[in-house]
Each structure stands twice: as structure tokens, then as C-alpha cells.
Design a protein around this ligand. Structure first.
Ligand code: SAM
Length: 248
């Protein structure tokens, strides 16, 4: 695979590379997504990390500069919801792949705190790069909890997530509109958008719910690939987890 493809890992809500996590009896520091990706057994050829918080990107830059693979890494101060920042990311990957005379093969992780995720960024990456996506969808933490806030015409968050200014009209046509129905609605509409970009969707959707310590669903991890083999890997990974539940 590494002969034909120039592999790239995009972590566009990267944070600082280390995170303080509660262990139940206290807090401990762990490597987080950027450093975990740098330390995989088969590293990627190119890494792009981006975060809108410059204190976090500074800390990440320091960590990356101490890493053996630092030459492969770009750490950007940027905002996923700015198309010009997404275009910078795409340009870095294309330039690196072109230097190696290979085609880019990309894995994109999107790990926002909430549903503040502009679909335009996903669309731009999908249309310019051959990329799989792993996306945190804060369905319970945000959509379910804040339906009363999103239903009136005040917030643009769901419009941006779904890339659809008409979403309220479609939602109003739903026969039942309770908060859990809102989760189903977002999943269906989001899958529809990914499907329009050529990604494989399914019923049940390619998503797993993640629970907190009292077994409540808090968010979903969604995986999208255009290649059935990508979905096979996704299913294998799910088989190795024992904290799974049905989606709704
Ligand atoms: C949940 S954390 C990411 C955690 C990271 N994946 C890890 O393993 O530690 C979300 C990050 O997104 C950043 N962020 C929030 N909005 C952003 C945006 N629009 N564009 C880029 N980064 C953003 C925050 O500063 C925060 O560091």
C-alpha cells in the first residue's frame, strides 16, 4: 500500500497531544489523538494537526519537535469552519504527495467538543482528497440536550452541520419530534449528505455510541469510507470493544 499511496493523517481538532483524564481516583496525563497517531506501528507519511486554540497548538508543536517523525508534521493554527484553513490543509497533503510522486490516501479525524462542525469543510476534503472520516457527533451531549434552542430560528449550528439552510422545514415534517427523534433526524440527514459525496451509508448507520461512566450515551463516533474495505476494518474494531450499545 505504501508504494502507491502517500498516506496522510489529518487531525483538525487536534488539541495539544496530551490530555488530563480522570481515572476515578484522580487525574492522569495520557497521549491524545495526535501523539497516538504519530506513535502507530505503521506511521503515516504526512500528518496535519490543526486547532483554533493557539496555546494548544504551541504545546503540540513542542511535543512534535521532540518526535522522530517531526519532518512529516505540520501543526496549523486554524479553524475547521474557515474554508481557507481547510484549503491550506488540502494543499499541504497534495504537495507532500506530489513530492513523493504518489497519490494521497487520507484518514481525517474530526473531534469537536460539540456539533459546531461545518459540513463545508468535510465536503472540501472529500472532493479534493481520497479520505476516510472518523467524526465525533455530539448527538446526546448537544443535539438531544439543546433541541429547544435549535428548533427556533436562532442558531446556525445545525444548518452548518448538515450544510442545509432548509433543515427546520424538513424537521417540521417529522411525525414525532422528541429529542431522541432529533438524533435520528440528524443521523439520517448527515448520512444523506455523506452519501451524496460517495460515502457508504447503512442501516444501522456506521456509528457507535460512546458511554460515560454511568453507561449513558454521550456521543457517537461515525466512520465514513467510500471503500467497502474501510467499513470492514471499522466493523472489526467494533468487535474488539465491549462497551457498545445499539445506536438509539
Ligand atoms: C475534544 S477536543 C480534541 C481532543 C483531541 N482529539 C484529543 O485527543 O485530545 C476539541 C478541540 O477542538 C478545538 N476546536 C474547537 N473549535 C474548533 C474549530 N472550529 N476548528 C479547530 N479547532 C477547534 C478546541 O480548541 C479543542 O482543542
Amino acid at each position: 500500500m505504501h508504494d502507491k499511496w502517500h498516506t496522510a493523517y489529518l487531525d483538525l481538532f487536534s488539541a495539544a497531544g496530551r490530555a488530563k483524564i480522570s481515572t476515578g481516583t484522580g487525574f492522569q496525563n495520557f497521549d491524545s489523538s495526535p501523539m497516538l497517531a504519530l506513535n502507530t506501528a505503521k506511521p503515516f507519511d504526512t500528518y496535519v494537526f490543526m486547532d483554533s486554540d493557539s496555546a494548544l497548538t504551541s504545546a503540540l508543536r513542542e511535543r512534535v519537535n521532540r518526535h522522530a517523525l517531526r519532518e512529516r508534521v505540520s501543526v496549523l493554527d486554524g479553524n475547521f469552519n474557515n474554508t481557507s484553513d481547510i484549503d491550506r490543509v488540502i494543499a499541504i497533503v497534495k504537495a507532500a504527495a506530489s513530492r513523493s510522486s504518489q497519490s494521497p490516501l487520507v484518514f481525517t479525524l474530526l473531534d469537536p467538543f460539540d456539533l459546531s462542525l461545518n459540513f463545508e469543510g468535510i465536503r472540501r476534503i472529500a472532493e479534493n482528497l481520497r479520505s476516510d472520516f472518523l467524526i465525533l457527533l455530539a448527538l446526546e451531549m448537544d443535539a438531544q440536550r439543546n433541541l429547544d434552542y435549535y428548533e427556533p430560528d436562532e442558531s446556525e449550528k445545525i444548518e452548518q452541520l448538515l450544510g442545509d439552510p432548509e433543515w427546520r422545514r424538513i424537521w417540521q415534517l417529522e411525525p414525532v419530534r422528541k429529542p431522541t427523534d432529533f438524533i435520528r433526524f440528524i443521523v439520517r440527514e448527515f448520512q444523506g449528505k455523506m452519501s451524496a459525496l460517495g460515502y457508504i451509508t447503512s442501516d444501522p448507520p456506521p456509528m457507535v455510541p460512546i458511554q460515560n461512566s454511568i453507561d449513558r450515551n454521550i456521543y457517537h463516533l461515525a466512520f465514513f469510507s467510500r471503500n467497502p474495505r474501510g467499513l470492514e476494518f471499522w466493523k472489526k474494531i467494533q468487535g474488539s470493544s465491549n462497551r457498545q450499545r445499539s445506536l438509539f
